[in-house]
Design a protein around this ligand. Structure first.
Ligand code: AMP
Length: 203
C-alpha cells in the first residue's frame, strides 16, 4: 500500500469490509483506538438514532429489523452529515459502503475534500461460523436483528452485494483479504499489518 504508507496512521482512510458477524465492528474500533482514525459505523449510527427516537431512527427501523439494507439515499446523506468537519481526520468506515452506489457516493465525497480512500480490508469468515457468532450475539446483546430469520436475510444480502462492491474497489484500490476466523488479537495484528502499520511487540 504505497500511498497509505506515506500517510501517518491516524490520517489514513480505509474501509473495513466483511459479512455480519465477521468482527468488523470490533476490529474497526481497535484500529481506530490504536491509530486515532475516526471510526464511522453506519449500523451504530442508525442504532443510536433509533435509541434517541429521532425521525431518521423511525425511518430506518423497519429495514433494520428485517435485516434489509436501508435505501442508499438515506445512508449516503447520513454519512455526508457525519463526515462534516472531519476533513482532516483519518477514517475507518465500518458497514459502509454496502452497495456500489454508496461506494461511488463515498468516492465523490472524499474526492471533494481531496482525501481519497487508500485501502479496503476484507475480513473473511466461513458462513457456519458467522451464523453461530450472530446467534450467540443475539443472546448477549439482544440486538433485534440477530434472530435466525434476519441473520439469514443479512447474510444473503451481504453475499448478493459483496461481489459488486469488491469488484468496484479491486479496480481502484488495494483490497486486502484477512482470515477473520481467529482470536481478536491475532486478527487485529493482521489488520495492522495489512494496512502497513507496525505494532510494538507485546512483551
Ligand atoms: P450493521 O451493524 O453494520 O450490521 O448494520 C445493521 C443494519 O443497519 C443493517 O442490517 C442495515 O439494515 C442497516 N445498515 C447499516 N449500514 C448500512 C448501509 N451501509 N447500507 C444500508 N443499510 C445499512
Amino acid at each position: 500500500m504505497t500511498d497509505g504508507r506515506s500517510t501517518p496512521a491516524g490520517r489514513r482512510r480505509l474501509v473495513l469490509f466483511g459479512p455480519p458477524g465477521s468482527g468488523k465492528g470490533t476490529q474497526a474500533q481497535l484500529l481506530g483506538a490504536q491509530t486515532g482514525q475516526h471510526h464511522l459505523a453506519t449500523g451504530d449510527i442508525l442504532r443510536a438514532e433509533r435509541a434517541q427516537g429521532t425521525a431518521l431512527g423511525a425511518r430506518v427501523g423497519g429495514y433494520m429489523d428485517r435485516g434489509e439494507l436501508v435505501p442508499d439515499e438515506v445512508i449516503i446523506s447520513v454519512m455526508a452529515a457525519h463526515l462534516q468537519g472531519l476533513e482532516r481526520r483519518g477514517f475507518v468506515f465500518d458497514g459502509f459502503p454496502r452497495t456500489v452506489a454508496q461506494a461511488e457516493a463515498l468516492d465523490s465525497m472524499l474526492a471533494a475534500i481531496r482525501r481519497p480512500l487508500q485501502a479496503v480490508v476484507v475480513l473473511e469468515v466461513p458462513a457456519e461460523v458467522l451464523e453461530r457468532r450472530l446467534l450467540g450475539r443475539a443472546e448477549v446483546e439482544g440486538r433485534s436483528d440477530d434472530t435466525p430469520e434476519t441473520v439469514r436475510t443479512r447474510m444473503r444480502i451481504y453475499q448478493e452485494s459483496t461481489a459488486a462492491v469488491l469488484a468496484y474497489y479491486s479496480a481502484r484500490l488495494p483490497v486486502v483479504r484477512i482470515d477473520g476466523d481467529r482470536p481478536v488479537a491475532l486478527v487485529h495484528r493482521a489488520v495492522l499489518q495489512a494496512v502497513g502499520i507496525s505494532m510494538p511487540d507485546p512483551g
